[in-house]
Design a protein around this ligand. Structure first.
Ligand code: GTP
Ligand code: MG
Length: 195
């Protein structure tokens, strides 16, 4: 897919702020700091479109990005950020749930996990949520530049097992800093948009 123009649409808290046309969407979920915003930037060849930060918790709202007026990427707020209060965690859950349960145009939710770590309890919960909602359960394993080839293969096995992934579900290692895995992700997205 050749992208000509991508732009930020809106940061939404409530449902009423979501774009109300019928464009298909692909959303990105994962713990804070896992690299959701960085992945979006890599896929769109845009350095600073989605704001990234080494401080977790940068993306707290549901951010919509328009791609050539054809479809949207949706950057969901990151979970698992230790320094937030119980109330903030509950708010986060509500924001995500509101989005996932009210979005007819949502084609897939992509789960991001850090390839270096065993998925957390929240990763597992998020992933089973995604499956329960009927999405195919695509996983992107980020920060692959931090590991060797052998380590990547070993971690992928662990992640598959811990998330209880089906054989049919795809997991793609990527590195936003080294810009690897970009075309693997796009190949998959092209399939998603074709159905
Ligand atoms: P929140 O908005 O807090 O939910 O975080 P996020 O998931 O959007 O993470 P973000 O893209 O802001 O990246 C967090 C940090 O990880 C930044 O310092 C990025 O530069 C770094 N990072 C993201 N992807 C990669 C990667 O593939 N490799 C390496 N080495 N660093 C990465
Ligand atoms: Mg972010």
């Amino acid at each position: 897919m050749k992208i000509k123009n991508s732009e930020f649409v809106i940061s939404a808290v409530s449902k009423s702020q979501y774009p109300d046309d019928q464009l298909p969407e692909i959303a990105f979920a994962g713990r804070s700091n896992v690299g959701k915003s960085s992945l979006i930037n890599m896929l769109l060849n845009r350095r600073g479109l989605a704001k990234t930060s080494s401080t977790p918790g940068k993306t707290q709202l549901v951010n919509f990005y328009d791609i050539d007026g054809l479809f949207r990427f949706v950057d969901l707020p990151g979970y698992g950020f230790a320094k937030v209060s119980k109330e903030q965690k509950a708010t986060w859950g509500k924001i995500i749930e509101t989005y996932l349960t009210n979005r007819e145009t949502l084609l897939e939710v992509i789960q991001l996990v850090d390839i270096r770590h065993k998925p957390s309890q929240e990763d597992k919960q998020m992933y089973s949520w995604i499956k329960d909602f009927g999405f195919s359960g695509i996983v992107v394993a980020t920060k692959a530049d931090k590991l060797s080839k052998n380590q990547i293969a070993a971690q992928i096995k662990i992640i598959r097992k811990e998330l209880n992934m089906n054989k049919e579900s795809v997991i793609i290692p990527i590195s936003s800093s080294e810009r690897t895995g970009k075309y693997d992700v796009w190949d998959l997205f092209n399939e998603v948009f074709e159905v």
